[in-house]
Design a protein around this ligand. Structure first.
Ligand SMILES: [Zn+2]
Length: 430
């Protein structure tokens, strides 16, 4: 089973100065920065997925989803996505490079943002190895299998997706089959998704991409996959689009999944409240750790507001911030105990919680919870055990929740651990 990472233009500055928290003034973003597959000797995924809506602004595409400037879009189409993403090194050049429309970005529109003609041209210019037919997302999935007549809007979207797929595969063949076409499956129930899958196989698709799974629970996804497999048999390959239940992937081995894409290992590094860093344990599961928040006092919006309104003293905060950093770095060098380090970290952290907002009891409660999570991180020192290129090169910085150069590196570490975990788990099952 291949794990693909959905590209969101995530790179870090390889020469970032962690002590002074700055990049070299000569650094040029993108050109000097490195992607995860450049920073790590073994790429932390089996391929990349690029969403057209992340690259090209179109009517109805949410601007927050567009990650490329016009110049970057033009360059990607001129040199191809592999070269643009520098995914052409000897470890990467043969890995899957898949395109899709990124239907989330235009989900609230009546029609998809791109026509099949436009999509095929985009995939050809980007030189993808695989491309998904243009789909229109359906959010609801009713396990009771209501008929199409009761689900007018969902049925309309399912019809658009199938009609697009019919046009798309013809165009791909006419152009000379330069990439493998993948048929997008959208439906409002297990039964309607299974029927759509069968229609796609009849059109000639041998690789299907199942969409609309993001909001579904693990058990509901299983019901959908069972229905699809019953209808199409074991042969056609399946890809799971935007698979958010990445941590449960071992439960899906029996459905014959060829590939899936997810951003969750990276995102959790800076979006999850408590599980920001994980590492595989001796029994093959993942142990989750909380990263240690020491934000830059003068860049953190809560702290800055407090300073502006006279609640906090800037100089005092900066002192505590430096004390927390020093304590943690000393601890990493075995010069200090868990208790003292924890005190220094929490002495600064309290300003992120106490003060205005919720009532005092809730705040004290939150603070106590964080304290025990941070204590566990310090006790276990997971960054010391990890053999990945990130942890080996930056050490304790990886566990500090502070500025994108640390947070993204932690995300890259998670991708590598997750990739290895998928291989280990599925290796054991097979
Ligand atoms: Zn690591």
């Amino acid at each position: 089973m291949k794990f693909l990472y959905s590209d969101t233009q995530d790179y870090v500055d390889p020469n970032y100065d962690f002590i002074n928290d700055r990049s070299s003034p000569k650094r040029e973003r993108y050109w000097d920065d490195v992607y995860a597959h450049e920073l790590m000797r073994t790429p932390p995924y089996d391929g990349l997925l690029v969403a057209m809506s992340a690259v090209r602004k179109a009517d109805g595409v949410a601007s927050s989803k567009v990650r490329y400037s016009t110049a970057e879009e033009q360059r990607l189409l001129r040199v191809g996505a592999r070269k643009f993403l520098r995914f052409d090194g000897k470890n990467c050049k043969d890995l899957m490079l898949m395109g899709d429309c990124g239907a989330f970005a235009y989900a609230d529109q009546k029609e998809p943002a791109y026509t099949p003609e436009e999509v095929v041209q985009f995939y050809l210019d980007a030189e993808f190895t695989h491309g998904v037919s243009p789909d229109h997302i359906i959010f609801e999935c009713d396990l009771e299998n209501p008929p199409a007549a009761q689900m007018t809007e969902a049925a309309r979207r399912s019809e658009i997706t199938l009609e697009n797929a019919r046009k798309f595969i013809k165009l791909v063949r006419k152009e000379g089959d330069f990439f493998e076409p993948m048929g997008a499956v959208q439906g409002w129930s297990p039964k309607s998704m299974a029927k759509a899958a069968k229609d796609l196989v009849r059109m000639g698709y041998q690789y299907l991409a199942v969409g609309g799974l993001v909001p579904l629970k693990v058990d509901a996804i299983k019901v959908v996959l069972e229905a699809i497999r019953r209808e199409i048999g074991p042969e056609p390959k399946l890809h799971l689009l935007g698979f958010a239940k990445a941590d449960h992937i071992d439960q899906f081995a029996s459905y014959g999944i060829t590939s899936f894409d997810s951003t969750s290992p990276l995102i959790r590094a800076f979006k999850d409240e408590k599980a920001n860093y994980y590492i595989e344990n001796s029994s093959g599961g993942l142990d989750y750790y909380t990263a240690i928040r020491i934000p830059q006092a003068l860049e953190n919006s809560r702290l800055m507001q407090g300073i502006k309104r006279g609640l906090f003293d800037a100089e005092d905060l900066l002192k505590r911030e430096q004390k927390a950093l020093k304590a943690l770095r000393d601890f990493d060098r075995n010069k200090g105990k868990v208790s003292g380090t924890l005190d220094a970290v929490m002495d600064y952290h309290q300003f992120l919680v106490l003060g205005e907002g919720e009532d005092e009891k809730t705040q004290l409660n939150a603070l106590a919870k964080t304290r025990s999570r941070v204590e566990r991180t310090l006790e276990d020192r997971p960054w010391k055990r990890c053999q990945c290129d990130v942890c080996q090169s930056v050490g304790v910085e990886v566990i500090i929740f502070r500025s994108s150069n640390r947070n993204k590196r932690r995300g890259f570490h998670n991708l590598g651990v997750y990739h290895q975990h998928v291989q280990n788990t599925l290796g054991k099952i097979s």
